[in-house]
Ligand binder design. Structure first.
Ligand SMILES: Nc1nc2c(ncn2[C@@H]2O[C@H](COP(=O)(O)OP(=O)(O)OP(=O)(O)O)[C@@H](O)[C@H]2O)c(=O)[nH]1
Ligand SMILES: [Mg+2]
Length: 319
């Protein structure tokens, strides 16, 4: 039996292998995705982002338990930053969600960001598609919100949850990092700690205008994830948001705009393949840099010259 047949029969090892295949962008991985695509469309994607250590994994863990109790099948993608600024130091304290793996219908996958700018686990969306095709009802995507880089991932989600904690200035920090813009639902976790009410108040103030202007309430949910408090409220707010965006056709619009982005990305990647292999591969960039440095050439003219040699139609025979 080949791997796709095993995948179609619900074999988790086949799922795992196909995810690796996609994640590592092995040859023809897009063909594999094309084969799986007709089976997708069922999974609802929820993104969780927020500062390191805010309790995102703990929340995802408890939420998954609730979803499993309701007989949903859940895929989890934890996007791990490998950056020296956010990795390492925190690893000791973080929740790993291991005990979930034994739950019926739950599948967890960690993905590294590989530290590249904007390349935040480039294939996160594709992995979500694979999980969708496997029959998951929910795909939960956890990513550390440390700046603009996580936007790719939340753009791939239907509902985005921003998790904050009572630590000083968190709401303001979140605003600076652009997290406020992307949130559909806010969570103030670690409500057992001092300052929880203060940050809820800060958020209320920031959200006041947006609430007045729109139809969505931008709820703030107080949770104490370690003690499983508030998670049921969070789930009901996520479900309400889902109903809201389906009801006003925003879901449809958002998905279509994602599809447009995806198609564009696929074309861009193919063009990039051509540039990498057929153009830059056969050029001596060092030599060019040398002559620009010596003042015999300039980067703009060099770029133009190289570009004029590219024949996209004739080169585009590679998959
Ligand atoms: N006091 C308190 N601690 C909590 C709460 N929720 C989670 N924690 C603890 O906070 C620490 C970090 O939790 P994680 O769930 O790993 O946080 P995270 O946001 O996933 O962390 P990263 O993935 O490393 O960014 C763990 O020690 C948790 O037990 C809470 O409600 N109250
Ligand atoms: Mg985590």
């Amino acid at each position: 039996m080949n791997i796709l047949e095993r995948f179609n029969q619900g074999d988790r090892i086949a799922l795992s292998k196909i995810i690796s295949y996609v994640e590592n962008q092995y040859p023809d991985y897009r063909k594999v995705l094309a084969q799986l695509y007709p089976k997708t469309g069922k999974a609802y994607r929820v993104g969780f982002t927020g500062p390191p250590g805010a309790g995102k994994s703990t929340i995802v863990d408890k939420l998954t338990s609730l979803l499993v109790n309701e007989e949903h099948r859940v895929g989890i993608i934890a996007v791990d930053p490998t950056s020296p600024f956010t990795g390492g130091a925190l690893l000791g304290d973080r929740i790993r969600m291991q005990d979930l793996t034994s739950r019926e219908g739950v599948f967890i996958r960690s993905m590294a960001t590989r530290g590249s700018y904007g390349g935040l686990a480039t294939t996160t969306k594709e992995v979500a598609i694979v999980m969708d095709a496997f029959g998951k009802d929910y795909v939960l995507i956890e990513t550390v919100g440390v700046g603009q880089v996580e936007l790719d991932v939340v753009n791939a989600c239907d509902t985005t949850v921003v998790v904050l904690v009572p630590e000083s200035g968190d709401a303001i920090q979140a605003m600076k990092a652009g997290l406020m813009e992307i949130a559909d639902v806010f969570v103030v976790n670690k409500s057992d700690r001092e300052g929880a009410n203060r940050i809820v108040g800060e958020l209320e103030m920031i959200l006041d205008i947006r609430r007045k202007n729109g139809e969505w309430e931008y709820p703030i949910v107080s949770t104490e994830a370690v003690n499983d408090k508030g998670i049921d409220v969070l789930l009901s707010k996520i479900s309400q948001h889902r109903e809201f965006i389906i009801g006003n056709h925003y879901f449809e619009k958002h998905r279509k705009s994602q599809i447009k982005t995806d198609i564009r990305k696929i074309v861009e990647l193919k063009i990039k393949d051509i540039i990498d292999e057929k153009v830059l591969g056969s050029l001596d960039l060092d030599e060019l840099a040398e002559s620009v440095f010596r003042g015999e050439d300039d980067p703009y003219s060099a770029g133009e010259r190289i570009f004029s040699q590219i024949n996209l139609t004739n080169s585009a025979d590679k998959t």
